[in-house]
Design a protein around this ligand. Structure first.
Ligand code: ATP
Length: 711
């Protein structure tokens, strides 16, 4: 085996092919000069694969990798062409507060990390579980919340401006958060409509852009298929991931950040996703960075550089094809038939099998982390000191440079990208407010009408309430005994206009909120447009479905049917629906989880109903709790409706036993439902409807506002 001294600094400048051969000779002690490279499509993940290929798979891997830094300099860009890193970070430290035996201590998750990403590069972030990959990715993409963060991150050589940065960087989350009822094309199209200002792009241009993205991501043939979810089958996991990438790409970002894009995918789909990201990165001249769990050799080949992390320490950040050599220089030669990624992760992992193993692995990681700092041979150091893969200056706006790298053609800096101008600090133009409302309402409308279970539940509720209450209170008549039934009927209507709405719409709201929170990270749209669109879609459905049973019950029961009375009661009932919808949006916005929100929502509605004037006589409550009556919208709606019905109602007494109340007004007095006039009741409920919706909007703004740390 070659000694460490064999890897001189000059060794890192050797052409790649020579390096690979050297590796094979030195590690495997076999000559590879006459070997036949295996197919580039093959994943060298299993021992069988290796046995069938006498040449080291690494040789094949690295022969098709891009050239070394030195080779790539000249063909990538004309000599002297300026280029700056797209994203650079320096001395990143991050720690969080953790509770340990009742004591809060700070736990450092990242330790002094530095690096940079250049346009046209694909960076793979690898490391064992818990190494800090997602944490680093979140910091670099401006999505870290909580904890203490220090260091510097610059984008195009300048401090990041959140509003600009989040619209120039597409973030693809590990979980694909999309509306299952939309088709592939609709999903990408709505992203284009919401994120591309109509001032800058015509409708036709957006359509073309969407078609282009679908074609590039090989989604055109399934453009009309629904996304689907666990309940309704849709496109496959790999296709879903490509749609998520398409949603990010449609805005033409400068960089795409992917958190575990291959998780949950079979190896073929995983490879396809990584290869597509590489192709897109190169064809668009953008940069991409992704975390991947144990990539196979084919996936590893797609990364120009890899960043290896362990226990929050940087272990290696340099060209993929030099990592093996680097590890070998530190005394960790990669076995010939092992997938390099598995090998790196093995070397960087804590071994918990025994206290001795744990201690040894800790020392190994410490040594690797420290030796990175000391090593002046480290490829990344060279990259930094010489300008590395690219020259460290600015790419001119018009520059387009192509070069052959392995099987791929790289195109850098397409003409539509501006680098380093003052425009960088100006947030991109947003879509017009009304256009945004219309687009979100259109999306909500489509997703709601395709939500068959929701619509079926709403319809079943309306019909069953109509039949149940309608039959219980059928033809009440004007006998004095009908008093109890009349007040009971209005109480039942109050119950349904509160519990029914809470039950149906809270769940829908949470589903939509999850997607909104994910889209919000990229600054897709305003909170006001999201809120208004929700009201625009939920309210008509809630009102129309409730009117069906209200009017049906009204006529089945034979209540007073003058137009004024019907309209007054219907209006009070409708405003109560709107207040409850406001409560749904308020609780849904304020409380983070659906489980807790459903409990709080049900409790609030129960309180409204208890103090609604039917269960307990409105005038007989103890002063200490009587005030709760006045904050219950159900009380005003109920009082208003009962007053409307009993006003001028003549009741028939069968026998004059001294208990008969022949006038409706006497009933109102008996139940103490004469504290407010019907008009006052209506006004108060309208004010509550407005108040709850304002509260809902304010809490949405407050709670959904990303609290990311920026450095
Ligand atoms: N907010 C937090 N509070 C406490 N610990 C945290 C927090 N965020 C992350 N950690 C811890 O920091 C470490 C790194 O987490 P991170 O998710 O970045 O790792 P990872 O390399 O992405 O892991 P995996 O591959 O398993 O997803 C883990 O041990 C995790 O438990």
């Amino acid at each position: 085996m070659e000694s460490n001294s064999g890897h001189s600094q000059a060794g890192y400048h050797q052409p790649q092919q020579q390096l690979s051969r050297n590796n094979i000779i030195s590690i495997g002690s076999t000559s590879s000069s006459s070997s036949t490279p295996s197919s580039g499509n093959q994943a060298f993940g299993s021992t069988r694969d290796f046995m069938e290929h006498p040449i080291s798979p690494l040789d094949d891997t690295y022969q098709t990798l891009r050239p070394t830094m030195d080779e790539s300099k000249s063909p990538m860009l004309p000599p002297g062409t300026p280029q700056a890193p797209l994203l650079a970070w320096e001395n990143i430290n991050y720690s969080v507060k953790v509770k340990d035996k009742q004591q809060a201590t700070m736990r450092a998750l990242l330790h002094g990390l530095s690096g940079e990403i250049y346009p046209g590069e694909v960076i793979g972030l690898l490391g064992p579980s818990g190494a800090g990959k997602t944490t680093l990715l979140n910091i670099l993409s401006g999505r870290i919340e909580g904890g203490v963060l220090s260091g510097k991150v610059s984008f195009r050589g300048k401090k990041r401006v959140p509003g600009v940065f989040k619209r120039r960087v597409a973030y693809v989350e590990q979980e694909d958060v999309m509306f299952p009822m939309l088709t592939v094309e609709e999903t990408i199209m709505f992203a284009a409509k919401l994120r591309l200002a109509e001032k800058s792009y015509t409708s036709l241009q957006k359509v073309e852009r969407v078609a282009n993205v679908m074609q590039q991501l090989r989604l055109s043939h399934i453009k009309s298929s629904r996304i689907g979810d666990a309940l309704s089958r849709g496109i496959s996991g790999g296709e879903r991931k490509r749609v998520s990438i398409g949603v990010g790409l449609v805005t033409d970002p400068d960089m795409i950040v992917l958190d575990e894009p291959t998780s949950g995918l079979d190896s073929n789909s995983a490879e396809m996703v990584v290869e597509l990201v590489r192709d897109v990165t190169r064809s668009r001249g953008i940069a991409s960075v992704m975390t991947v769990h144990q990539p196979n050799a084919n996936m590893l080949k797609c990364f120009d550089r890899i960043l290896l992390l362990s226990q929050g320490h940087l272990i290696y950040f340099g060209p993929t094809n030099k990592a093996i050599e680097y590890f070998e220089s530190k005394g960790f030669p990669c076995p010939l038939r092992q997938n390099p990624a598995d090998f790196f992760i093995d070397v960087m992992s804590l071994n918990n099998r025994s206290p001795q193993d744990l201690e040894a692995s800790k020392r190994r990681i410490e040594y690797l982390a420290q030796s990175l700092g000391e090593s002046d041979k480290h490829p990344e150091k060279l990259s930094l000191s010489y300008g590395g893969l690219y020259e460290k200056t600015l790419i001119s706006k018009s520059l387009v440079s192509t070069t052959d790298i392995g099987a791929s053609r790289i195109r850098l800096a397409p003409p539509n990208i501006n680098w380093g101008t003052t425009e960088d600090e100006t947030p991109p133009v947003r879509a017009n407010w009304l256009y945004e409302v219309a687009t979100l309402a259109q999306r909500d409308f489509i997703t709601t009408i395709r939500h068959y279970t929701f619509l079926t539940a709403v319809a079943i509720n309306a019909v069953s309430v109509l039949l149940l209450i309608g039959l219980i209170f059928y033809k009440l008549g004007n006998e004095v005994e009908s008093i109890q039934n009349r007040v009971g009927l209005f109480f039942s209507l109050t119950l349904n206009s509160t519990y029914g709405i809470m039950g149906h719409y809270l769940y829908m709201y949470y589903k939509a909120k999850d997607i909104m929170l994910s889209e919000r990270g990229s600054g897709s749209y305003r909170m006001s447009t999201f809120y208004i669109a929700k009201i625009m879609i939920y309210m008509p459905i809630a009102i129309v479905s409730s009117w069906v049973y209200f009017l049906g019950i009204y006529y089945m029961a034979g209540l007073q049917s003058t137009a004024t009375k019907v309209l007054t009661s219907l209006s009070l009932f409708t405003v109560l629906l709107v207040v409850t919808l406001g409560l749904v949006l308020f609780v849904g916005s304020f409380v983070s989880t659906y489980d807790l929100a459903s409990v709080i929502g049900a409790l609030a509605v129960t309180t409204w109903v208890i103090f609604g004037g039917h269960i307990a006589n409105a005038g007989d409550l103890l002063p200490v709790i009587k005030w709760m009556q006045y904050i219950s919208p159900a009380f005003y709606a109920y009082e208003g409706m009962v007053r409307t019905e009993f006003d001028s109602l003549e009741l028939h007494c069968k026998a004059n036993n001294g208990l008969c109340m022949a006038r409706g007004e006497d009933v109102i007095s008996l139940y103490k439902l004469n504290q407010f006039t019907t008009g006052q009741c209506a006004l108060i409920v309208i004010c509550m409807a407005i108040g709850y919706n304002i509260l809902g909007y304010m809490s949405l703004r407050w709670k959904a506002k990303p609290k990311y740390l920026w450095i």
